[in-house]
Ligand binder design. Structure first.
Ligand code: T1G
Length: 704
């Protein structure tokens, strides 16, 4: 067969094993090996049935995603997997597919081309292609509705979420759950069905008949809402609809048309870039994989506020005992009550059992002293964003923490080297910037100080994975990566309302671009007082004569801090639903008038370009200074921490798709209109345009 697909025989049952680590992707050689194995089984008289199974940790996790880039670039022709899977279904002997780990994408399609499916209890099945801007391209949209029904198939293909074994069995997607040894169970099942008539999935049309037009209409409405701006989810539903109207063969042709449309889309290129990007950022060029790391068996958090409480939950969720310290009982009680209510909400939603909640709470030790901190392997400070307070805390824990304990600050923008300077072990000091709400947001910025040891960085990057975070390494500067580039983005939003756009227009324009929420809505969510405090910390660095936003400070002076105070840029009802606030509109107009700013109508296009290109220009600076290792680190930071639409890849990838020449031209226009202090084009951007390169094309050659 091939070294990727092994053919063996257990008496009267042929066993076909896919062995293509790490996830048994359908890389070149695997489909061919499957087809050859089915052929071989057909030709062996003593073989009565066939079992297909994956070696290692999982069944087939899908097509080899790396191949798509080669097809789109024209380097390789697009070879459909469908004929190979149809050869499985056309086997004259019954084929049982044994699933463990994840049968995703082409993996589930392979399983559905088999005649029967058995599954390990912990296995999952799914068609996650939409998360790559694709749809199933090897018969999945035609076989899945035939096995699981039209409604479930539409949901699985349009939203990409996997289902567990029990649900797969209940739906009829699999025939049996095998407790114990999967291969043994699959062989026994194969012998049971060896003499039965062979059930080809393509001929099973009974579940197609329950297709109700309202089902697909509802799926489309859901897709438009939950996958806003994306084409693939709707294409998947169109392909499922084809299954209900056309023959299997014709339906597969329609599926192939939709698949090709998606494969060559910017949406798919961006989502595949983001898929690999999430994994690339864990690779630090000057910190090899074998770098020694510290065991994190016991954690301690200082501060039980919004951030400290969320950070504490992360450790409890990962099964790591964690102490959380406050300075006053009422603050500690408030912190613990927030933690309890967060867990209770998750239990109510059915995403956590009561026992699970109790287990997590039992791992948390609330306290008012440093008792036990000398046993912690990591101490994370999450106190008020004020340098003096942080220095005080670090000088205390520097005295108490054991040797080899990591001393981490959750600061969102303060100088990690200055914080480290008050301890005698700066090599153990690192930034671990979580994003609010810390128990939900997956981004973790690991901030490398001048003295931070490689082992500490390696430990924190690995800890990020353990806490189910996406950890991105940043060098030390004001705001690190995310808050550094969000600064100009928000600055432009603040300027735009002074120049004539309404609060609602600015928010809507960026929301329609694909952001999870508009910039001023984000201000109101995070709290205008938070950025106000940071502005005070950095006021001494403000360059004289450079235009500063007028309105945020005015709002703060009126104690309009956003959602938390019911009023900020917008007004909020008891359910935090925003509405325009005429008082703010009047305040803004007055501020503009007093500043001599002549208000004008501003296009949505200009709003988006001013805000997004501000991100890009600052991102190019961040790259040039080596704050971020690669453009993809900036993009992943922005996708996971700031709600940038993944189907646009991130600000730097998006700039590549617009064309850096076009982005630079607009930035130069803005420089003419608003001055070089605010809009000087980043030198790196100019160098890339001059040399015809892209941010993505730079790779890890940062700043070159
Ligand atoms: N192709 C190529 N490489 C893959 C891969 C894939 N499908 N899946 C994972 N990898 C790499 C990954 O980049 C990483 O590499 C390593 O394997 C371990 O992955 C034809 C068109 C299966 C749940 O979308 O969801 O089939 O960083 O770190 O956390 O119609 O991988 O070590 O160099 O994620 O244990 C559909 C994508 C494809 C599944 C395992 N399938 N993969 O998670 O490990 S399109 C998918 C995952 C398709 C058909 C359509 C996860 C996982 P490196 P990992 P993990």
């Amino acid at each position: 067969m091939s070294e990727l697909v092994k053919f063996t025989r257990e008496d009267d049952v042929a066993v076909v094993t896919i062995d293509n680590p790490p996830v048994n992707a359908l890389s070149p050689g695997v489909p061919e090996g499957l087809k050859a194995s089915i052929q071989a089984a057909a030709e062996e008289p003593q073989v009565r049935a066939v079992v297909i199974i994956g070696a290692g940790q999982t069944f087939i996790a899908g097509a080899d995603i790396r191949e798509f880039g080669k097809i789109v670039s024209g380097e390789k022709p697009r070879l459909s997997l469908l004929p190979y899977l149809n050869s499985i279904e056309d086997s004259p002997k019954p084929v049982v597919v044994a699933i463990h780990g994840t049968a995703f994408g082409g993996g589930l399609e392979t399983a559905m081309s088999g005649h029967y499916r058995v599954m390990a209890p912990s296995a999952q099945a799914g068609q996650p292609e939409v998360k790559l801007g694709l749809i199933p391209g090897a018969g999945g949209t035609q076989r899945l509705p035939r096995l699981a029904g039209v409604s479930k198939a539409a949901e699985m293909c349009a939203f990409g979420e996997p289902i567990k074994a029990q649900e797969a069995l209940a739906l009829g997607l699999v025939d049996r759950i095998i407790e114990g040894d999967l291969l043994e169970g699959a062989i026994a099942f194969a012998r049971e069905v060896a003499d039965r008539p062979i059930p080809k999935t393509r001929d099973r049309n009974d579940k197609l008949r329950d297709a109700n037009p309202a089902t697909l209409a509802q799926a489309r409405e859901q897709a438009r809402k939950l996958k806003r701006g994306q084409r693939a989810p709707l294409a998947a539903i169109d392909a499922i609809e084809a299954a209900t109207k056309l023959s299997f063969e014709e339906g597969c042709k329609r599926e192939a048309e939709f698949f090709n449309e998606c494969l060559f889309s910017t949406e798919s290129k961006a989502l595949i870039y983001a898929f690999f990007g999430e994994r690339t950022v864990s690779k630090i060029p000057d910190i090899p994989k074998e770098t020694k790391t510290y065991d994190i068996r016991r954690a301690a958090v200082i501060g039980a506020g919004t951030m400290g409480g969320g950070i504490t939950m992360n450790f409890a969720n990962a099964g790591i005992p964690v102490m959380v310290k406050e300075t006053a009982q009422d603050a500690l009680d408030r912190g613990m009550s927030n933690i309890r209510s967060n867990y209770a909400r998750t239990v109510e939603k059915g995403r956590l059992s009561q026992a699970g909640m109790d287990q997590r709470l039992a791992l948390i030790t609330p306290q008012l002293s440093y008792n036990g901190f000398d046993e912690a392997d990591i101490v994370i400070e999450a106190v008020f964003e004020n340098m003096a307070v942080k220095k005080q805390v670090f000088s205390e824990i520097g005295q108490i923490a054991k040797r080899g304990c990591i001393l981490a600050s959750n600061t969102s923008s303060l100088d990690i080297d200055e914080i480290a300077s008050v301890t005698r072990r700066p090599e153990m000091v690192v930034g671990t910037h979580f994003f609010s709400p810390a128990n939900v947001m997956r981004l973790l910025e690991v901030v490398r100080g001048k003295a931070t040891a490689n082992e500490v960085i390696a430990t924190c990057m690995g800890l990020g994975k353990k806490l189910n975070k996406v950890a991105v390494l940043a060098r030390n500067c004001r705001g690190f990566i995310g808050n550094r580039i969000v600064g100009p983005y928000l600055r432009e939003a603040h300027f735009l309302v002074e120049e004539g756009a309404s609060v609602e227009q600015v928010n809507q324009a960026l929301y329609d671009f694909g952001m999870a929420m508009g910039p001023l809505a984000m201000d109101d969510l995070t709290g205008l007082d938070v950025s106000w405090a940071i502005r005070q910390e950095f006021k001494r660095f403000d360059k004289p004569g450079v235009r500063q936003p007028l309105v945020p400070d005015l709002l703060c002076e009126l104690r309009r801090f956003g959602q938390k105070s019911g009023r900020g840029w917008s007004k909020y009802d008891e359910n935090r639903k925003p509405s325009p606030d005429p008082e703010v509109a009047a305040l803004i107009e007055n501020a503009s008038r007093e500043a001599g700013i002549e208000r004008r109508a501003i296009s949505n296009e200009e709003i988006v370009e001013r805000c997004v290109y501000a991100l890009v220009n600052e991102g190019a600076q961040v790259l040039e200074e080596g704050i971020a290792l690669r453009a993809v680190d900036i993009d992943i930071t922005y996708l996971y921490g700031y709600g940038f639409p993944a189907w646009r890849g991130g600000p730097m990838f998006y700039a590549d798709t617009v064309g850096l020449k076009n982005v630079l031209a607009r930035i130069e226009e803005f420089e003419q209109q608003h001055g070089p202090e605010l809009w000087h084009p980043a030198p790196l951007l100019k160098r890339l345009v001059d040399s015809g390169r892209t941010f993505e094309g730079m790779g890890a050659a940062q700043g070159k």
